[in-house]
Design a protein around this ligand. Structure first.
Ligand SMILES: [Zn+2]
Length: 113
């Protein structure tokens, strides 16, 4: 879950936090808790200048339903175009695939009943 700020005056959502709304210049915000979004793009960084250890790092952009795009680390299994769960880890936002467990929609399909 991440916290997105929504302007109290015009409803514009921003991430990360800003002191002034870029749409209406208001300074009053409310916080919305966001659990997921849509992975729009992803790429793998294999080389970094000045870093000897080469550990691939997958990063991507996730579009929130409120509008902002968040740059995240992307864990294995998250596919472009799919919904991903968002969490903070060591100060960074991480996207992981949402559970693909099927929903139980029919009465009697639960083995406990
Ligand atoms: Zn505003």
């Amino acid at each position: 879950m991440i916290e997105v700020c929504v302007c109290e005056r015009c409803g514009h959502a921003v991430y990360p936090f800003r002191h002034v709304c870029p749409e209406c210049a208001a300074r009053a915000w409310r916080v919305e808790h966001v659990d997921d979004g849509t992975l729009e793009q992803a790429t793998t960084i294999r080389h970094r200048i000045g870093v000897e250890r080469r550990v691939p790092n997958r990063v991507g952009s996730v579009r929130l339903d409120l509008g902002p795009v968040v740059i995240t680390r992307v864990l294995d299994g998250a596919e472009v175009g799919a919904r991903v769960a968002l969490a903070k880890s060591a100060g960074a936002v991480v996207a992981r695939p949402l559970s693909t467990r099927p929903l139980r929609t029919c009465r009697g399909s639960d083995p406990r009943t």
